[in-house]
Design a protein around this ligand. Sequence first.
Ligand SMILES: [Fe+2]
Length: 188
Amino acid sequence: MGLTIDWATGELTGQLVRSRVKKLGELREVFADQARLETMDPETLVYRVQVWLPEDGNPTGLLWGSTTIAPGKVGDEYFMTFGHFHTLRERPEIYAAIRGEGGLILMDENRRTWMEPMTAGSVHYIGAGLAHRVVNTGEGPLTFVASCNTDAGHDYESILRHGFGARLKEAGGRPVLVAEESLAGAGH
Ligand SMILES: [Fe+2]
């Protein structure tokens, strides 16, 4: 089907592969430390997504994707993907990490939020109705592959409005999942 993956880097090659990058300037809303963000170059590449879509006309076909997140932080918060619910909440997804270190942040509709550690070889089933975001906590790039139904859709709006229930931050040299509620409470 004219699609290949380089398992060392996650690079997809094929005529139907589409690539897009997300720069820091497009991710302002997702990071907590706005003062620190102001001091950083908005052109900084945070992650790149490659997606292959089948052309078989099947409305519930399967896509194949590869995402690489650069290492970095905004203040004490690690670089991460925007994150989303699927528009069709019943659509699950599978992620598998191929290099790097990080965490898959999952959140249910009640904002209960938890993390699964990601490392080369870890496979993650994202059940129906769960928002998902990947965070790179390592020194090098974090790459994972993904597959879900082509009609799943992305609901970014919910994340834009309410965020996730917790953030992955560096504390004492290691990643710690910090609940948003306690952060909000600390300001009052
Ligand atoms: Fe997804």
